[in-house]
Design a protein around this ligand. Structure first.
Ligand code: AMP
Ligand code: ZN
Length: 465
């Protein structure tokens, strides 16, 4: 059951039917975090969008080979290590660990590779050597710059023109040696007490943009299917990646460029520099459910800006609870033999529609509307006790698709911590021995640990509060 996938391509400015380069395997690159601090939930809007894309591609039968880089050398990481008088690796390691913990909290599927920039410096040097040879790059005072006038297609992604001054370019203070203000650094000359690598064009360290060209082409090939990021990556970062990569290979670098819009706070971009951010840890410390944060981020269309408020997070919490209650109710529902067959057809139709809306440029808001419409009907069938076995099977298949993409249902008993499981077992023993006072005390302890224990006809159920 596959539907053609339509994706909005920033490169063409249009929605296009997606065709992978090689059979059913998709090669995809995602710009990952700069590991100088904890990522904020604006960054995670981008990572949740990429997770959605990956899951929708997989739901449609594709195999996804995804690479997400870790930028572990740049101005900020160097500055951070220096201020604490530790090595770059000592400084970045705790943030890398924290990043993976946050990915898990948000149930973001792991990519196939997480290359670290510091492990690919040789590849970066090779690319810069080629660009120097072909005349796309020049050396000044020990640093190397890309000459954007040597790449006539510069601006094809962002639709910016050199004459329009390429507003928004990050122009480093120390790059006074460049021929043109819009040229960008491929290699920065070694400075005292900074990490540096030897190269034929001088000892130094890579610029940020070359890191992604090197890691993506090394791990995915000169041309690959999809490249993603947040909207601020379009210019200059992705424009520069194209100039570097195509400058070296002469081949189209990436076929589909996808970008998500910002997560906003009071209608301003959430960002470190504005100080208007929350980390995933901040959200958890306030007692919120990470599953609800995931739901909030994934439920809005990725090409629409999303204004974050704690009220919207609370609303997402309620929805996630409602979805989980429905999940338990439906999976445990008794079936009847006296019901109309049409419920199966309606469920299959809703499931098809849900999948095809997601395949239509990840239209999650409409896909969710279809799901909630079906959920209401399913609740009515259960109230009336007219859910048939076929209807239930069709519904379970729909729930499975839903959760392969949304990952919102609490179905893994392993998610209940061991100490809570022990309390639950002790409570069952107390009940079996008719010690109801003890069993009530244990129920309270379980509740204090954030879980609810319910006695159903099919045994004891434990739910997250
Ligand atoms: P950075 O560490 O700044 O390179 O950002 C990592 C990723 O987060 C990139 O894909 C950015 O485009 C994305 N990003 C940063 N801020 C936001 C935001 N407020 N909303 C959505 N994506 C963002
Ligand atoms: Zn990148």
């Amino acid at each position: 059951m596959t539907t053609p996938i339509e994706l909005f391509n920033t490169l063409s400015g249009k929605t296009e039917t997606f065709k992978p380069m090689k059979g059913s395997e998709i090669r995809m690159y995602t710009c990952g975090p700069t590991v100088y601090d904890f990522a904020h939930i604006g960054n995670f809007r981008a990572y949740v969008f990429e997770d959605l894309l990956r899951r929708v591609l997989k739901l449609n039968g594709f195999k996804v080979h995804q690479v997400m880089n870790l930028t572990d050398v740049d101005d900020k990481t160097i500055q951070g290590a220096r201020s604490k008088a530790i090595t770059l690796a000592q400084f970045t390691e705790p943030y890398i660990k924290a990043f993976f913990e946050d990915l898990d909290q948000l149930r973001i599927e792991r990519a196939e590779h997480y290359p670290r920039a510091t492990e690919f410096v040789e590849e970066m040097i090779r690319l810069i050597e080629t660009l120097l040879k072909s005349g796309h790059a020049y050396e000044r005072d020990g640093s190397v710059y890309y000459s954007i006038k040597k790449f006539p297609n510069y601006g094809k992604l962002s639709k910016k023109t050199v004459s329009g001054n390429m507003a928004g370019a990050r122009v480093d203070q120390d790059e006074y040696a460049k021929d043109e203000p819009c040229d960008f650094a491929l290699w920065k000359k070694a400075a005292p007490d900074e990490p540096s690598w030897p190269a034929s064009f001088g000892c130094g360290r890579p610029g940020w943009h070359i890191e992604c060209s090197a890691m993506s082409m090394k791990l995915l090939g000169a041309s690959f299917d999809i490249h993603t990021g947040g909207e601020d990556n379009i210019f200059p970062h992705h424009e520069n990646e194209i100039a570097q990569s195509e400058g070296v290979t002469g081949k189209p670098f990436v076929r589909y460029w996808l970008h998500c819009r910002y997560l906003l706070v009071n209608n301003e971009k959430m960002s470190k520099s504005k100080g208007n951010f929350f980390t995933v840890r901040d959200i958890l410390a306030k007692g919120h459910d990470p599953g609800a944060l995931r739901y909030l981020l994934i439920s809005h269309h990725y090409r629409q800006p999303l204004n974050f408020t704690l009220d919207s997070l609370r609303a997402a919490e309620k929805t996630v609870r409602r979805l989980n209650d429905f999940y338990v109710r439906f999976t445990e529902a008794e079936t009847s033999t006296a019901a109309p067959k049409s419920a199966v057809r309606e469920t299959e139709k809703a499931r098809e529609e849900f999948r095809s809306l997601l395949s239509n440029d990840l239209n999650m808001p409409e896909a969710l509307a279809v799901f909630f419409g079906w959920m209401n009907e399913a609740n009515i069938s259960m109230d009336r006790k007219i859910l048939t076995l076929d209807g239930k099977q069709a519904g379970l298949a729909f729930l499975e698709d839903f959760d392969r993409v949304l990952a919102v249902f609490e179905k893994d008993p392993a998610e209940v911590p061991a100490e809570v499981r022990q309390l639950v077992e002790a409570r069952e023993k107390a009940r079996a021995g008719r010690d109801f006072r003890r069993s009530d005390e244990l129920r309270d302890l379980i509740r204090q640990a954030g879980f609810l224990v319910e006695d159903t006809s099919k045994g004891v159920k434990v739910k997250k509060l």
